[in-house]
Design a binder for this molecule. Structure first.
Ligand SMILES: CC(=O)[C@@H](O)[C@H](O)COP(=O)(O)O
Ligand SMILES: NCC(=O)COP(=O)(O)O
Length: 237
C-alpha cells in the first residue's frame, strides 16, 4: 500500500500572503485527514515563508495520521523536530534561498554528517528518511548512513513524463529496486500530480508513501479538497 501524505506548505503560503489566519492550516490539516489523507507533511524553511515553526508545534497537537516534517537540518530544525517528535523526519539539503527543493543529498560526500544526524533522530524514536536523487550510488550511500527510508526526488520524472515516460521513470525503477534489495523503505515526492502519479505508482516497486503538495492544492482550487484527495487516492489503488 502506498500512503498519501498531503504537504500543506501551500496553504500556509496563501495564509501568509495576507497575514491573519485564513486559510487556517490546522483546520486544513484536519480536513485533509477527514477526506482520507494518510499523512500530513510540512516543510519549514528558515525564513518561514511557507509553514511556520509555530504551525508545526500546533499541528503536532492535532494530527492523528503520520506527521512528516521535512527540511534542511540546521540547528533550529533539529531543535523543532526533537521537540515535536513526529513519526517521520525527512532530511532535505535545501539551500536557504532555494524557491523549492531542487536536489537530493550527496550521501557519499556527507556520509559522516548524515550518519550522526540519523542516529540522533532514530535514538528519539523518529523514523528517518533521506531525500535523494534516483541514483544508485546515492541510494547505496543512504543505506550506509543508517536511514530507515529514502525519499526519491521526483521532479526529473515529472518534468520528462509528457515527452517520454518510459525513459523518465527508468532511473526511479532502478533506484527503487536497489532500495528494496537493501531493505530501505521507499518514499517519493516533488511535482507528483494527477497526470503522472498512477504511472509512477504502477511501475516503482515497494513505494510506501508519496508526499504531494503543489499540484494537489492547485487541483483543489478547481475540484475541491475532498474530491481532489479522493482522486489522488484512486491513483494509488
Ligand atoms: C522535499 C520536497 O520536494 C518538498 O518538500 C518540496 O520542497 C515542497 O515544499 P514547498 O511546497 O515548500 O516548495
Ligand atoms: N516531499 C515532497 C512534498 O512534500 C511535496 O512536493 P510538491 O508536491 O509540493 O512538489
Amino acid at each position: 500500500m502506498t500512503r498519501l501524505s498531503v504537504n500543506i506548505n501551500k496553504i500556509a503560503t496563501l495564509r501568509n500572503s495576507r497575514g491573519g489566519n485564513n486559510p487556517n492550516v490546522v483546520n486544513v490539516a484536519l480536513d485533509c485527514e477527514r477526506f482520507g489523507a494518510q499523512g500530513i507533511t510540512v516543510h519549514p524553511r528558515p525564513d518561514e515563508r511557507h509553514i511556520r515553526y509555530n504551525d508545526v508545534l500546533q499541528l503536532k497537537e492535532v494530527v492523528t495520521t503520520e506527521f512528516n516534517i521535512e527540511g534542511n537540518p540546521d540547528e533550529r530544525f533539529i531543535e523543532l523536530v526533537t521537540r515535536v517528535r513526529p513519526e517521520q523526519v525527512t532530511l532535505v539539503p535545501d539551500a536557504v534561498d532555494a524557491i523549492t527543493s531542487n536536489a537530493g543529498w550527496n550521501t557519499v560526500l556527507h556520509r559522516d554528517y548524515l550518519t550522526d544526524l540519523v542516529k540522533q533522530f532514530k535514538d528519539l524514536g523518529i523514523r528517518v528518511s533521506i531525500f535523494v536523487d534516483a541514483d544508485e550510488q546515492m541510494v547505496q550511500g543512504a543505506k550506509e548512513v543508517g536511514t530507515d527510508r529514502i525519499e526519491l526526488y521526483t521532479e526529473p520524472y515529472a518534468a520528462h513524463y509528457a515527452e517520454n515516460r518510459e525513459a523518465a521513470i527508468a532511473p526511479f525503477i532502478q533506484a527503487a529496486k536497489l532500495a528494496n534489495e537493501l531493505g530501505l523503505g521507499l518514499n517519493a515526492g516533488h511535482d507528483l500530480s494527477l497526470e503522472n502519479l498512477r504511472y509512477f505508482h504502477q511501475n516503482v516497486p515497494g513505494l510506501l508513501e508519496v508526499s504531494i503538495g503543489h499540484a494537489l492544492i492547485s487541483d483543489a482550487l478547481y475540484l475541491g479538497l475532498e474530491n481532489t484527495i479522493q482522486l489522488y487516492l484512486k491513483e494509488l489503488e
